[in-house]
Design a protein around this ligand. Structure first.
Ligand SMILES: CC(C)[C@H](C(=O)O)[C@@H](O)C(=O)O
Ligand code: SF4
Length: 501
């Protein structure tokens, strides 16, 4: 690389000017740079392959291959470009959709909430003005940004992928370096197709052996967060390895990587393999010369002898279906356990946070998880609203009825997931069981749209955050797998899905 980056101040954002470097990088062909003197991890290869400029002790300028945009974190970024008289540097590497604010009821009706309507209209107008591909609400390809990227084959191994959204880690399931960025960084990427980043350390989370019946990818990741806590991944990029991870489908792998951020990690990734290539084959936006792309992707997995800054090993046989009992995803335990009591923790701070969480959740501690009664069930979100999730939930719900005391909804992650589910008759299974069948969007994952819990309502949710008020003010969230959620909807309380038939 020649020269050093210049910085241009513009409306409070400092752009690293990368003009010549980006072109050099393109010409060199980044994958050919993956041969190095020492064995490298998947993360190190991805990082090295995207360095535009690095200086000791300073942030590195990384080239970004794919930028995903949604309505919540993009308005000020586009406004910044407009004020600075700039264009989007690589519109063809940028795609947008509306997901957080969209109502999941009848799409032909107007959006009643004025703020939601304004955000969605603003995104549509910005995309038009800046030449960015926008999947609008009438497009079957609209959906949660982390569901539609992989579904259309935009997400590919070896890429750097960013989005103004913390669950961008989902895309790491393909062996990509994918992470969330803030709105000022969204502007930076729009303007330059690069990003300034400090290099994270590497953490290997290895899960050996095989999980038992009824134990899902969601249970694996909730278990891991329970083990390392919501700060266990801070400062790290996680690589998930081991037999139990390799055995997962692509959609399951996305569920695992999705929640990396809930462990505090910068990103989470899984090395690509035949499962990855098979999933991508034939999707709309994969490289035209697919075999040549696969040949490059095969060089990505960590080299024999490569070392991580830290490695932790777990046994899949110890993982049972998980349920969160508290107000962060690390406050989680196995379905056959009891809600913990503050006194069970040795650390005084943890005793206090447990007491506060229990109070918010309306629990005393000591109750069996299977005795907890539910008011609502939400099957959806970028963690668990892909077709395999819906199939798994439908298989549990089939032939049963949702308990009279429960209101349950299924929200597909995208229009295409919805269509596929309808072709398979899953919508009928859900509707006959008494579930509400909705249009695609983030929905009750975060209550930025009409789908919300009422104060005090208790919900079994397949989403990824159980923070106070996350699903509506005063709402109480228990995170579970789609199978556990469907069984809870039928029973009216949590049940151990391993005993379901
Ligand atoms: C609205 C968005 C910025 C936010 C995120 O970054 O994750 C949301 O998707 C979430 O899940 O809380
Ligand atoms: S589904 Fe939930 S976690 Fe995923 S992007 Fe939407 S709000 Fe965030």
């Amino acid at each position: 690389m020649q020269g050093s980056p210049r910085c241009i101040a513009a409306v409070g954002t400092v752009y690293a000017s990368t003009g010549p470097f980006v072109e050099v990088l393109k010409l060199e062909g980044r994958f050919d740079m993956s041969e190095a003197a020492h064995p490298r991890t998947l993360f190190e290869k991805l990082w090295d392959n995207h360095v535009v400029h690095a200086e000791e002790g300073r942030q590195t300028i990384l080239y970004i291959d794919l930028h995903l945009v949604h309505e919540v974190t993009s308005p000020q970024a586009f406004e910044g470009l407009r004020l600075a008289g700039r264009q989007v540097r690589r519109p063809e590497l940028t795609i947008a959709t509306a997901d957080h604010n969209v109502p999941t009821s009848d799409r032909s009706l107007p959006i009643l909430d004025p703020i939601s309507k304004q955000q969605i209209d603003t995104l549509s107008n910005n995309c038009k003005e800046f030449g960015v591909k926008y999947y609008d609400l009438n497009d079957v390809r609209q959906g949660i940004v982390h569901v539609i990227g992989p579904e259309m084959g935009y997400t590919q191994p070896g890429m750097t992928i960013v989005c103004g959204d913390s669950h961008t880690s989902t895309h790491g399931a393909f062996g990509a370096l994918a992470f969330g960025i803030g709105t000022s960084e969204v502007e930076h990427v729009l303007a330059t197709q690069t990003l300034l980043q400090y290099k994270p350390k590497t953490l290997e989370l290895r899960v050996d052996g095989q999980v038992g019946r009824g134990v899902t990818a969601k249970d694996i990741v909730l278990y891991l967060i329970g083990q390392i806590s919501t700060s266990g991944g801070t400062g790290y990029c996680v690589e998930y390895t081991g037999e139990a991870i390799r055995a997962l489908t692509m959609e399951n792998r996305m569920t695992v990587c999705n929640m990396s951020i809930e462990a505090g990690a910068r990103a989470g990734m899984i090395a690509p393999d035949e499962v990855t290539y098979e999933y991508l084959k034939g999707r709309e936006f994969v490289p035209a010369d697919f075999d040549a792309a696969v040949a490059k992707w095969r060089k990505l997995p960590s080299d024999e002898g490569a070392t991580y800054d830290k490695s932790l090993v777990y046994d899949a046989a110890n993982i049972a279906p998980q349920i969160t009992w508290g107000t962060n995803p690390g406050q989680v335990t196995s379905v056959d356990k009891k809600v913990p009591m503050p006194a069970e923790f040795s650390d005084e701070t943890e005793q206090k946070t447990t007491a506060l969480a229990l109070e918010y959740m309306g629990l005393n501690g000591g109750e069996s998880l299977t005795d907890i009664k539910l008011d609502r069930v939400f099957i959806g979100s970028c963690t668990n609203a892909r077709i395999e999730d819906l199939r798994a939930a439908a298989a549990v719900a089939k032939g049963h009825k949702v308990a009279g005391s429960v209101s349950a909804m299924v929200v597909p992650g995208s229009g295409q997931v919805k269509k596929q589910a309808e072709e398979e008759g899953l919508d009928q299974v859900f509707k006959e069981a008494g579930f509400d069948w909705r249009e695609a969007g983030c929905s009750m994952c975060l209550a930025m749209n009409p789908d919300k819990l009422d104060p005090g309502e208790r919900c079994a949710s397949t989403s990824n955050r159980n923070f106070e008020g996350r699903q509506g003010k005063g709402g109480r969230t228990h995170l579970v797998s789609p199978e556990m959620a469907a069984a809870a909807a039928v029973a009216g309380h949590f049940v151990d899905v391993r005993e379901w038939n």
